[in-house]
Design a protein around this ligand. Structure first.
Ligand code: UGA
Length: 434
């Protein structure tokens, strides 16, 4: 199949490279000529494990190409994917669809023959209808079927999520699209991946419902963690105790400093807005959003309390700034709430993140170090904010020797309380007795 992938952000690039790896002929298109030139030199715009190799292999095999304009690839395509950004609109939290609609207008003039137009971008219910209307208005003769095919890729594990998904969701209104989409995902037959065909609006909603549910699950365990601290219980054991019930499931029950990233915060907010507009509010998700924002702020207070209530003039070492490991993404990272609050309380913060290059500008007052141990040097307290693998096996004796103080605040429960106490640390974690 010939695929045109419009937008080479995280979703577009990963999806394009994976479709090429499935054996399809893919052109990834982006207006940003610099980005396309770098991709042609195999320089990735994002950090995603394995992506550079996947791109290089498929370019070499002649299945993956890059272009700055859509004309040629769209005219030849069996399927045109829209994978551009849908950021939160400033002020009201609605998804900003201007990029999606601009692409719809552009491709309307270019499609030739029967073409399936697929939204990969996360778009609110009804967006597919609007895309269909835009194309029909500009090119009444165009023969297109507009399809919703949401992505369920986690940053840091995106290639595996694409190639070995739990399910693929495809929302169609035109039966002809079924054959094209089935053919595109045919390599997944090997693993008997369920491909769920639904109506287009249903598919659009499934994406938001999935992210909102996961965000709610994390928020639930985070509140349980607070309760565990108040009543002397252990949240790790609570998570295991409930997670072993198949109806609940053990995933996404890891308590932490609150969810961040480019998806959960934006998508929960957009779902809340969609529901209000539709006159059917989703109160659980409204509360999830509020509880999670409050939690990120409360984490700074937790650190201050663990340091005796006053951090003025103290040095805090921070390990990890990205919203989760194996990504360079800083969007809505808990660090962006926590670190400035510590600095405002008078602390000096020195930090290390293996990939958080952007943090240098986003957290300009932080002294960025080149390694985990450098971030420990002379620190009164050490905070583990993101659970990068390299922070899971620190030489704790060396850490202790380098630090001035003994407070270790582990917001990801990477270590075991007993292990740390035996080494003379004052250890604080999430939802467990210190
Ligand atoms: C999320 C979903 O997991 C993907 O299925 C979805 O496709 C994607 O959003 C999207 O809409 O594009 P992602 O944002 O990359 O993926 O990251 P997650 O692994 O889901 O983590 C999100 C946040 O939740 C992180 O801040 C993470 O630290 C936090 N989290 C996750 C927890 O605090 N506890 C957990 O148990 C799991």
């Amino acid at each position: 199949m010939r695929v045109a992938m419009i937008g080479t952000g995280y979703v577009g690039l990963v999806s394009g490279a994976c479709f090429a790896d499935f054996g399809h002929e893919v052109t990834c298109i982006d207006k940003d000529a610099g980005k396309i030139a770098r991709l042609e030199d195999n320089i990735m715009p994002i950090y995603e494990p394995g992506l550079d190799t996947l791109v290089a292999n498929n370019v070499k095999a002649g299945r993956l190409k890059f272009a700055t304009g859509p004309a040629e690839a769209v005219a030849a395509a069996d399927a045109v994917f829209i994978a551009v950004g849908t950021p939160s609109r400033r002020g009201d939290g609605h998804a900003d669809l201007s990029y999606v609609y601009a692409v719809a207008e552009e491709i309307a003039h270019l499609v030739q023959g029967f073409t399936v137009v697929v939204t990969k971008s996360t778009v609110p219910v009804g967006t597919g209808d609007e895309i269909e209307a835009i194309i029909a208005k500009l090119r009444p003769d165009a023969d297109v079927a507009v399809v919703s095919n949401p992505e369920f890729l986690r940053e840091g594990a995106a290639i595996n999520d694409f190639k070995r998904p739990d399910r693929v969701v495809v929302g169609i209104e035109d039966e002809r699209a079924r054959a094209v989409m089935t053919e595109l995902y045919r390599p997944l037959n090997l693993n008997e991946t369920p491909i769920l065909f639904t109506g287009r609006r249903t598919s659009e909603l499934i994406k938001y419902a999935a992210n909102a549910f996961l965000a709610m699950k994390i928020t639930f365990i985070n509140e349980m963690a607070d309760l565990c601290e108040a009543v002397g219980a252990d949240v790790q054991q609570v998570a295991r105790g409930i997670g072993l019930d198949n109806r609940i499931g053990s995933k996404f029950l890891h308590a932490g400093p609150g969810y961040g990233g480019s998806c959960f915060p934006k998508d929960t907010l957009a779902l809340v807005r969609t529901a209000v507009t539709a006159g059917s509010p989703v109160r659980l998700i409204e509360t999830t959003v509020e509880v999670n924002s409050a939690r990120k702020k409360a984490m700074a207070a937790k650190i201050v309390a663990a340091m005796g209530g006053d951090v003025a003039g103290k040095t805090i070492g921070v390990l990890g700034l990205t919203f989760k490991p194996n990504t360079d993404d800083m969007r809505d990272a808990p660090s962006l709430d926590i670190v400035p609050a510590l600095i405002a309380a008078g602390a000096k913060v020195q930090a290390y993140d293996p990939q958080g290059h952007e943090a240098k500008t986003m957290l300009a007052d932080v002294d960025m170090k080149d390694g985990a141990y450098e971030a420990c040097e002379g620190a009164d307290a050490l905070v583990i904010l993101t659970e990068w693998d390299q922070f899971r096996a620190l030489d704790l004796d060396r850490v202790k020797e380098l630090m001035k103080g003994v407070a270790l605040i582990d917001l990801r429960n990477v270590y075991r309380p007993a292990e740390l106490k035996g080494r003379g640390f004052e250890y604080t974690s999430i939802g467990r007795r210190s």
